[in-house]
Design a protein around this ligand. Structure first.
Ligand SMILES: [Fe+2]
Length: 217
């Protein structure tokens, strides 16, 4: 597929998205384990669960906001005469529009002490089903559009713009979130994207601080 100008994205560029999706899948598995023991935990474990949950939900919400604000509109502009591909973007947006309320519903369930284990488990199940379907759909149908239509220049500009939209506290947690539990080759790949000064800040400050906090378990 042709790009308007610049160099087309490669599979290696798309690896970053795949690594990020895998970080969401790892947290989805941790959230599924929460469903099994919610309500039987001591207060400190409950706090750890909420810290894990908030990191996951904020990262996911931010990721979807970037896609809705930057990636889908950039693709849409190049797909004006391709209704089937536009339909994929419509699907991406409507799947995001289902996931956000599911995140909010679970947040409310965690906040309400009257809500019991079965309802929390049902909300978690609902969210994880939507998320698993969406990630797989995006990788199958939207990744090829990104790879075929976006240029490395556009990709870099989008990354820069989306980083600017992140508050520093969330930026500081994003790198540690992505590499937490990732295979070593994925960690190396992600860190190679960081500018050298940020890599140092991540290594000596942000990541150790993230690791010191008890989350999920
Ligand atoms: Fe995505």
């Amino acid at each position: 597929m042709a790009t308007t100008s610049g160099t087309a994205l490669t599979d290696d560029d798309m690896e970053l998205m795949r690594i990020l999706h895998d970080a969401f899948r790892r947290d989805a598995a941790r959230l599924a384990r929460v469903a099994q023991r919610y309500g039987t935990v001591d207060p400190e474990t409950h706090d750890a669960l909420l810290i894990g949950w908030h990191g996951f939900s904020r990262s996911l919400h931010h990721h979807h906001t970037i896609e809705d604000r930057h990636i889908w509109p950039a693709l849409r502009a190049k797909l004006a005469d391709r209704p089937d591909d536009l339909a994929v973007l419509d699907d991406m947006e409507s799947e995001h529009a289902l996931i956000d309320p599911a995140l909010e519903a679970l947040e409310r369930a965690f906040d309400d002490r009257e809500v019991g284990r079965d309802e929390v488990a049902a909300r978690i199940d609902e969210l994880l089903t939507l998320l698993a379907g969406h990630l797989a759909h995006e990788e199958k149908d939207a990744f090829p559009l990104m790879r075929g239509l976006l240029t490395t220049q556009e990709w870099a500009a989008m990354n820069k713009a989306s980083m600017k939209e992140l508050p520093l506290s969330e930026l500081a947690a994003l790198g540690p979130f992505i590499v937490d539990g990732a295979p070593p080759e994925d960690v190396r790949r992600i860190l190679s994207e960081f500018p050298a000064p940020l890599r140092l800040v991540h290594r000596f400050w942000w990541n150790p601080r993230y690791q010191r906090v008890r989350r999920w378990e």
